[in-house]
Design a protein around this ligand. Structure first.
Ligand code: PGA
Length: 254
């Protein structure tokens, strides 16, 4: 590992949207046009699996625009019906893979052990994992937020050092109401103490109004954007809003 001058990392997680290839191409092209000239950032678009091959070439010409996936399996190949391997994703020009998103933990019962295996597989193929961690509203109310973050982080990253962590308070996801700056600062410094020298992103209710504050006021190295990444104008505004923030030194992938 070595110190790298890192640009703010803005990841667009399209989730299970849009529902046709025509719409996906349109969205991708508008995002591409929007972010093309905003150089002081690294933008990652994570569309659903079926659209990845379509965007393979479209990313090549813009150095700061990368392709990512929303999940992957831990095996390279074999009899695992319905799964997608990191090797396949690498072959499609993906660079980043989101792992352990709260929706996968909730609807598909992914646990920290499975997530750890996925991260290791992602790294084995030279890809960059983005590990999502975050407490639910119920856990927060019970005063268990830090305990949950610690458990997700420690079990998920066991024997792993090179990754990106995304703090996504589950209660803020998809609500349009992001975490407050004070709460975000508290979570950020807690995670930073446990996950030293890795980039930490914020996700949950990010929009063009609050995007800059999470990086400038709190210190996050980037953002994981869900709903707003489906609106090319809003997503471009988010990228623009953080692009004037200076690069930060961080120990990063080698
Ligand atoms: P949101 O989702 O921006 O729609 O809140 C973020 C995420 O789930 O990654």
């Amino acid at each position: 590992m070595r110190i790298k001058n890192m640009r703010p990392l803005i990841v667009g997680n399209w989730k299970c949207n849009p529902t046709t290839l025509v719409e996906a191409k349109r969205l991708f092209n508008l995002v591409k046009i929007g972010v093309k000239k905003i150089r002081n950032t690294e933008v990652v678009i994570c569309p659903p699996f079926p659209y990845l091959a379509e965007f393979f070439d479209r990313c090549r010409k813009i150095q700061h625009l990368k392709l990512g996936a929303q999940d992957c399996f831990w095996e390279e190949k074999g009899a695992f019906t319905g799964e997608v391997s990191p090797k396949m994703l690498k072959d499609l020009n993906c660079e980043y893979i989101i792992i352990g998103h709260s929706e996968r933990r909730r609807y598909f019962r992914e646990n920290n052990e499975m997530i750890n295996k996925k991260i290791k597989a992602v790294l084995n193929f030279g890809l960059k994992p983005i590990l999502c961690i975050g407490e639910t509203e119920k856990e927060r109310k019970k005063g268990k937020a830090k305990e949950i973050l610690k458990e997700q982080l420690q079990k998920g990253t066991e024997s792993i050092k090179n990754l990106v962590v995304a703090y996504e308070p589950v209660w803020a996801i998809g609500t349009g109401k992001a975490c407050g700056i004070t709460e975000a600062k508290e979570a950020y410094s807690f995670i930073k103490r446990l996950a030293k020298n890795v980039p930490i992103l914020y996700g949950g209710g990010v929009n063009s109004q609050n995007a800059r504050d999470f990086i400038k006021k709190v210190g996050f190295q980037g953002l994981l954007v869900g709903g707003a990444s489906l609106n090319p104008q809003e997503f471009t505004k988010i990228v623009k809003a953080v692009s004037s923030i200076p690069k930060c030194n961080i120990l990063f992938f080698d």
